[in-house]
Design a protein around this ligand. Structure first.
Ligand code: ATP
Ligand code: MG
Length: 428
């Protein structure tokens, strides 16, 4: 026997039962972004490798060790996108969407990073994200946070997530702070771990969020970002905090929150949870005012976030009583050739008359007993039965599969309204 082929490690199938949750989750997201007037942008999954190197930064985890990079047949270096922001900026610049304009965009789709697969961490994973361009003030920073908070409420997980907030300051202030930090940390070279020593040369701010307790002990007394902010960024941050207070959004300022990507400045934030073990960040974002120009566009301010959908799905799976609909509402059962054709025709006219109602026709024959087993398994709320006597009398038998209610004999002309009434009754 030949060996079966399996999916790539860290790249998961989404089977029908999970798709149900995912479709529902994605629909809630679409509804929320629409309710803020955001528009969708779809970009290719593959981009030039340079796009990610130039935006995310050469010395970040993603670019150093996580990208799926390969040579195209013509020798170009291509990369499966590890995140969505760079592509949005690239597309915005390429199509003239950004200069002198405001854009409120969102995207959703697969991302790829070669990481060690574990719960909440995969090699193909999915992000939903928003990106706003051309709005400089803290009003839009607050809006994206508010939008994410609305999602938690909608999903019933507002109590499971916590908002952490920080400001990195302007790029200049950050560069000056970086020098101070390196000077301070250099005194402790003998105590820093290998990772931190490497970062001391390449990306010293990342040492602030080291998980190593010994490094943390050194970081405690390091110069503080908040004391080294430029005046404008400090003002921006204060105004953002005041807005969040006024909107009733709770947060904690985390001085050590710096984010792993190079392009952030000023506001950075993360929504974190205790419910997912080590993979605790569900949503992360911030301001990236320099990126548009860095990728060849004109200076344009920008702010956004990305949410990990697998992590969100894991949180939702822990929730009780989600209103995820079963895939079928009505199961049509029929015995005999005439009845079967009649059932298919009736199902077609029900689909015309009752848009949104999901109807499954039994296929494969068999007696009613067997067909009703299938009906039960389908999750349908009601079954419509057509046998010989129904054909003769021109009626349909309507059975309730979930609710305690008498079966009914319905005239064909009244079928659509009877189905609607029956479904409304079972949905209460
Ligand atoms: P982490 O610290 O967990 O590695 P990150 O800082 O690399 O996260 P971002 O690049 O900010 O993550 O991506 C935003 C969100 O996307 C994360 O908060 C997380 O929810 C999700 N995410 C990132 N990498 C993965 C992955 N490999 N598998 C699943 N979800 C991921
Ligand atoms: Mg990561």
């Amino acid at each position: 026997m030949s060996k079966t082929i399996q999916a790539i490690r860290g790249m998961n199938d989404c089977l029908p039962e999970q798709s149900r949750l995912w479709q529902w989750m994605e629909q809630q997201i679409r509804d929320v972004v629409a309710s803020y007037g955001y528009e969708e942008i779809r970009t290719p999954i593959v981009e030039s490798t340079d796009l990610f190197k130039r935006s995310i930064g050469e010395v970040t985890d993603i670019v150093e060790k996580e990208m799926y990079t390969f040579e195209d047949r013509n020798g170009d270096s291509l990369t499966l996108r590890p995140e969505g922001t760079a592509s949005c900026v690239r597309a915005g610049n390429e199509h003239g969407l950004l200069y002198n304009q405001q854009q409120r965009l969102w995207y959703m789709g697969p991302m790829f990073r070669h990481e060690r697969p574990q719960k909440g961490r995969y090699r193909q994973f999915h992000q939903f994200g928003v990106e706003n361009f051309g709005i400089a003030g803290p009003d839009i920073d607050a809006e994206v946070i508010l939008l994410s908070a609305r999602l938690w409420k909608k999903f019933g997980i507002a109590d499971n997530v916590r908002l952490e907030l920080n400001s990195l300051g302007s790029n200049e202030a950050r560069a000056a702070y970086r020098e101070k930090l390196v000077e301070y940390l250099s005194q402790y070279k003998d105590k820093l771990d290998e990772d931190s020593l490497r970062r001391l040369e390449t990306n010293p701010l990342r040492i602030l969020d080291s998980k190593n307790p010994e490094v943390q002990a050194i970081v405690v007394d390091a110069p503080k970002l908040s004391e080294n902010l430029d005046a404008e960024s400090a003002e921006h941050f204060q105004q953002l905090c005041e807005r969040l207070d006024a909107l009733g959004i709770q947060y904690q300022v985390n001085e050590r929150l710096v984010r792993g990507l190079d392009y952030y400045n000023r506001t950075v934030f993360e929504w974190v949870t205790k419910d997912l073990g080590a993979q605790g960040t569900v949503c992360a974002g911030g301001r990236y005012d320099g990126l548009v120009a860095q990728l060849g566009g004109k200076e344009t301010t920008a702010v956004g976030f990305a949410m990990g959908l697998e992590r969100l799905a894991l949180l939702l799976e822990q929730q009780q009583g989600l209103a995820i609909p079963d895939p079928v509402d009505v199961y049509m059962a029929a015995t005999g050739d005439t009845a079967e054709i009649m059932a298919v025709k009736l199902a077609e006219s029900l689909r015309d008359e009752l848009p949104g109602v999901r109807i499954q026709n039994h296929c494969g024959g068999g007696n009613f007993k067997k067909q009703m087993k299938r009906a039960d398994k389908s999750g349908a709320a009601i079954a419509l039965l057509i046998g010989e006597s129904e054909v003769e009398q021109g009626t349909i038998t309507l059975k309730f599969l979930r609710a305690e209610a008498e079966q009914q004999s319905v005239a064909i002309a009244d079928l659509a309204s009877a189905v609607k009434t029956a479904l409304d009754k079972t949905r209460l």
